[in-house]
Design a protein around this ligand. Structure first.
Ligand SMILES: [Zn+2]
Length: 150
C-alpha cells in the first residue's frame, strides 16, 4: 500500500509540471495529441488503471520485471484506444506524451514486461542496436534500476 501511494504521488507531481509546460511547441502528431488529451482530461482514471496494472494485474519476478498478459506485447484498452500495456504504463508513469514515431524499448529485453523503469523510448535504429547489444552482452540486469530504489 505504501508503494502504491508514493507512486501515485510521484505521478501527480509530474502531472503538475506537465500542465505547466504543455504545448509550448506546436504539435500535430495524432498520438501525441491523444496523450495530451488523456493527461488534461482523463488523468484520474488513467492513474487508477495504471496502478491496477502495475500493482495488481502484473506479477513481479526476481529481476523486477512486471509480467503482464498471456502473450508478449499484450494490449490494454483505455478511452477507446487499444495500445500495448507497456506503452500505456510508460506514458502514465512519466507523464510524457508519446508520438507515433516513438517506439518503446525494453532494457530488460522482456516483451511481457510493463515496468516503466525497464522502458525507454527510441526509434527503429535504437531497437536494432539493442538487439545487437543483447546478442553481444546479454541483458545487463545490474544496470536496470529496481522499483525499490526509485
Ligand atoms: Zn522488465
Amino acid at each position: 500500500m505504501q508503494k502504491l501511494t508514493s507512486e501515485r504521488d510521484r505521478i501527480w507531481a509530474r502531472h503538475e509540471v506537465y500542465l505547466r509546460e504543455r504545448m509550448k511547441v506546436e504539435i500535430s502528431d495524432r498520438q501525441y495529441l491523444w496523450w495530451d488529451w488523456v493527461f488534461t482530461t482523463h488523468m484520474e482514471s488513467a492513474v487508477a488503471k495504471y496502478l491496477t496494472l502495475i500493482f495488481q494485474l502484473a506479477s513481479r519476478d526476481s529481476h523486477g520485471c512486471l509480467w503482464f498478459g498471456d502473450h508478449a506485447r499484450a494490449n490494454i484498452k483505455f478511452q477507446k484506444k487499444t495500445l500495448t500495456a507497456y506503452r500505456f504504463a510508460y506514458g502514465i508513469a512519466t507523464v510524457v506524451p508519446l508520438s507515433q514515431t516513438q517506439l518503446m524499448r525494453h532494457e530488460c529485453n522482456n516483451p511481457f514486461c510493463v515496468n516503466p523503469r525497464h522502458l525507454l523510448t527510441g526509434d527503429q535504429k535504437d531497437n536494432f542496436r539493442d538487439h545487437l547489444a543483447t546478442q553481444a552482452y546479454g541483458t545487463r540486469w545490474e544496470l536496470l534500476r529496481g522499483w525499490d530504489s526509485m
